[in-house]
Write a protein that binds this ligand. Structure first.
Ligand SMILES: [Zn+2]
Length: 241
C-alpha cells in the first residue's frame, strides 16, 4: 500500500482521533513513510536517534511485520550492509483506530499452525530449493534437515504484491529471500518455443522429482560419442523439414 506522507498524522507528534495513546508501533510506521520513504534503506542508529525515549523501538519495528509491513534486513537483501534495513512496503494503516491484522499472520509474525500445515503440504514437505525432506541427512553428513517457512514477496500478474510463505530447510532459509516476479517469469517463458513450453508445462505438472522425457533424452544425448550425437541431430533436423 502506498500512502501520501502529507495526508498522515505527523510522526513526531501524532494526534489521532479515537486513539488516546499513540504507541511506538504507530509512530515508527509514520516515521518509515514520512522520513525514510518506500524503497529506501535506514540504519538502526537512525531509528534509535529518531525515538530516543523508546527502548523497545526495534521491537515496535519488527511488530509491524505482523501488520503486513515489509522491512528487509541484509539477510533478505544482500545489497544492504549489515547495519542497514530497507523499508520495502507499507502494510495495514496502523494509525487508523481498530484496524485488524492480516489474517494469515498470527502473533509474533508466525503463521498459525493450520496455515503452516497447508504451506508444507502444498510444498510436498520438502525444501523447495535443495529438495531435502524433514529428518533427511545432508550430503556432508553433519546434520539432518529441519523444515521452516520463509517469507516471499510475490509480484502477481494483476500487478498486486502479496507476502506469502515457502517451505525451505534451515540451511537454505539462511540465504536471501528473493522477490518472486511472476510477470518476469512469464515473459521468459514466452521466449520459449511451443515445444519447449509444452515440455516445461509437463515438468511442472509431474513435479520436480520426476525428470521429463525431454530432460532424460537431453541428458543421455550429452553422454554419447560425437558421431552418435551428429547422427541423432541430423536425423532430428531432417524430420523437422
Ligand atoms: Zn534446502
Amino acid at each position: 500500500m502506498t500512502f501520501s506522507p502529507e495526508s498522515l498524522p505527523d510522526w513526531q507528534n501524532p494526534v489521532i482521533r479515537g486513539m488516546k495513546h499513540v504507541g511506538g508501533r504507530v509512530r515508527v510506521a509514520l516515521w518509515l513513510i514520512q522520513v525514510v520513504g518506500e524503497d529506501n534503506p535506514f540504519t538502526k542508529a537512525e531509528l534509535r536517534a529518531a525515538f530516543p525515549g523508546d527502548a523497545q523501538i526495534d521491537r515496535r519495528l519488527r511488530d509491524l511485520r505482523d501488520w503486513g509491513w515489509v522491512v528487509h534486513t541484509s539477510r533478505d537483501d544482500p545489497s544492504l550492509r549489515q547495519e542497514e534495513q530497507r523499508f520495502v512496503r507499507a502494510g495495514v494503516a496502523v494509525w487508523i483506530p481498530h484496524q485488524t491484522r492480516p489474517e494469515e499472520v498470527g502473533a509474533k509474525g508466525t503463521v498459525n499452525s493450520a496455515e503452516r500445515a497447508r504451506v508444507m503440504r502444498e510444498d510436498d514437505y520438502m525444501c523447495r530449493i535443495c529438495g531435502i525432506t524433514a529428518g533427511e541427512g545432508y550430503e556432508d553428513g553433519l546434520s539432518t534437515a529441519k523444515l521452516v517457512l520463509s517469507r516471499r514477496d510475490v509480484s502477481r500478474l494483476d500487478g498486486t504484491t502479496e507476502t506469502t510463505r515457502v517451505t525451505l530447510c534451515e540451511r537454505c532459509a539462511r540465504g536471501a529471500s528473493p522477490k518472486v516476479d511472476i510477470p518476469g517469469y512469464m515473459s521468459a517463458v514466452s521466449q520459449l518455443s511451443d515445444l519447449e513450453r509444452r515440455a516445461l508445462g509437463r515438468c511442472m505438472k509431474e513435479g520436480r522429482r520426476q525428470r521429463s522425457e525431454v530432460e532424460e533424452l537431453w541428458g543421455l544425448y550429452g553422454t554419447l560419442p560425437a558421431s552418435a550425437r551428429r547422427e541423432i541431430l541430423n536425423s532430428l533436423e531432417g524430420s523437422e523439414d
